[in-house]
Write a protein that binds this ligand. Structure first.
Ligand SMILES: Nc1ncnc2c1ncn2[C@@H]1O[C@H](COP(=O)(O)OP(=O)(O)O)[C@@H](O)[C@H]1O
Ligand SMILES: [Mg+2]
Length: 242
């Protein structure tokens, strides 16, 4: 088991993510997907495990700046980056999408190129924990469902072969449980965790739910969470003994 280092989440996952598995983290914009992924890697880096985040949607420098702002108690982010324990890598979405019209051969090529860049960075750095943030860029590259499914399978099998434990984020449009529909492609991942954002502007409520984890048990409780300067605070029922 690989602990995420976020206590309540580890309790929901009955210990953590099974080593070598991929967890898809789905949620609406602003739910905290990038920050949660960042904290997972930050905590592994602190334990001495080389960890890399591939920012496919945002400039890596912005990911770092946002994380520093949100997690003001994480004083050693720069040090971990300097020591190459924490690597925030990026692929400029404009370049990836450049000259490729969705669905054509060149976009297949671009997908292959992004995946092979990710692979070479993992091999070169010896990273054991990986985040891909987010899969949405692939939605833009590949329209055809069969090609998309094939692409996701290729991605999963690469990550598995490299032996890394990973989180892949995905944009999800509806926060309503009853209206939730997953792309069948996402079931190729070993685990699925959803982050919901509910409520009004003034008083928003954040909660997460584990949908599945291949190879381990998990909580079935939709659990509130907060983003604090010390990291995510997940009020897990398991942890609270409820
Ligand atoms: N300093 C902060 N303190 C608490 N929450 C913050 C802080 N900065 C950003 N956030 C929250 O984090 C959210 C953005 O997180 P992010 O991981 O970028 O979301 P996502 O990747 O799901 O779009 C914002 O909606 C905001 O509510
Ligand atoms: Mg994000």
């Amino acid at each position: 088991m690989v602990k995420t280092g976020i206590e309540g989440l580890d309790a929901m996952l009955f210990g953590g993510i099974v080593e070598g598995n991929q967890m898809m983290l789905a949620g609406g914009p602003g739910a905290g997907k990038t920050l949660l992924s960042f904290e997972f890697l930050y905590r592994s880096a602190k334990m001495g495990v080389t960890s890399v985040l591939f920012a496919l949607e945002e400039d890596p420098q912005r990911v770092i700046a946002n994380a520093k702002e949100a997690f003001s108690d994480f004083k050693d982010i720069d040090q971990l980056i300097k020591n190459k324990k924490l690597i925030i890598d990026g692929e400029d979405p404009a370049t990836v999408l450049h000259s490729s019209t969705s669905g054509d051969n060149s976009s297949q090529y671009e997908f292959g190129k992004v995946v092979s860049d990710i692979e070479s960075t993992i091999v070169a750095t010896g990273a054991k924990r990986v985040v891909i943030d987010s899969l949405s860029v692939f939605d833009m590259l590949i329209n055809d469902p069969v090609s998309y499914r094939r692409a996701m399978l290729a991605l999963v099998s690469n990550l598995r072969r490299l032996g890394v434990t990973s989180i892949l984020t995905a944009e999800m449009s509806t926060p309503e449980r009853s209206k939730l529909r997953f792309r069948t492609e996402y079931f190729v991942f070993d685990g699925i965790l959803i982050m919901y954002e509910k409520g009004e502007a003034e008083k928003r409520m954040l909660a997460m739910e584990v949908i599945k984890t291949r190879g381990s048990k998990h909580s079935f409780v939709t659990t509130p969470y907060e983003i604090t300067p010390q990291g995510f605070s997940v009020l897990s029922a398991e942890e609270l003994g409820l």
